[in-house]
Design a protein around this ligand. Structure first.
Ligand code: S3P
Length: 167
């Protein structure tokens, strides 16, 4: 299957963006890029180090740079975005202009059970704070999405198939 534009996955931490993006990319015979992995390689630092040294603002500035860089690549890509990419209006504009945006919906309860290493996610330390953050972000994810997929109880291949049908 040929993709005419990049596909971006957005959604809360633990929604399965990276796994589903990988699966979809493999099915389509193209590459997938995980924004945080790309960002860590580019900066030579882990996300949690960037948060610890410069705070969330420093991380968000780098994240916007990386989003710009990835969205302007010529090759077709499936990109899994960090959960907070929708916070900046600038980023939401880039997403809307550059490709097809898939929102993977997840409850915080399910997300918490999927995240094995919370230490790598500075903004998912406390479940009540995560729930509040998830609720606040819900309209931002929906606002930017071309399609929304409820991931509850579904396997990665099944979610990827649903995305493929929506493309
Ligand atoms: C964040 C999500 C993380 C990472 C950073 C901040 C967020 O990515 O970008 O820890 O604000 O939701 P994942 O959604 O891939 O975990």
């Amino acid at each position: 299957m040929q993709l005419a534009c990049p596909v971006f996955f957005v959604g809360f931490m633990g929604a399965g963006k990276t796994s589903v993006a990988r699966r979809l990319a493999r099915t389509c015979g193209i590459s997938s890029v995980d924004m945080d992995t790309y960002l860590e390689r580019r900066e030579g630092k882990r996300v949690k180090e960037i948060f610890a040294e410069g705070g969330e603002d420093a991380f968000r500035a780098i994240e916007t740079d990386v989003l710009r860089e990835l969205s302007s690549k010529e090759e077709p890509l499936v990109i899994s975005c960090g959960g907070g990419v929708v916070l900046r209006e600038e980023n939401r504009e880039i997403l809307a202009e550059s490709g097809f945006v898939v929102h993977l919906q997840v409850t915080v309860h399910e997300a918490a059970s999927r995240i094995s290493d919370k230490s790598s996610r500075p903004l998912f330390q406390d479940i009540d704070a995560a729930r509040k953050r998830c609720l606040e972000r819900a309209p931002l994810y929906s606002g930017v999405a071309d399609v929304e997929i409820d991931t509850a109880g579904k396997s990665v291949p099944r979610i990827a198939r649903e995305v493929q049908r929506a493309l």
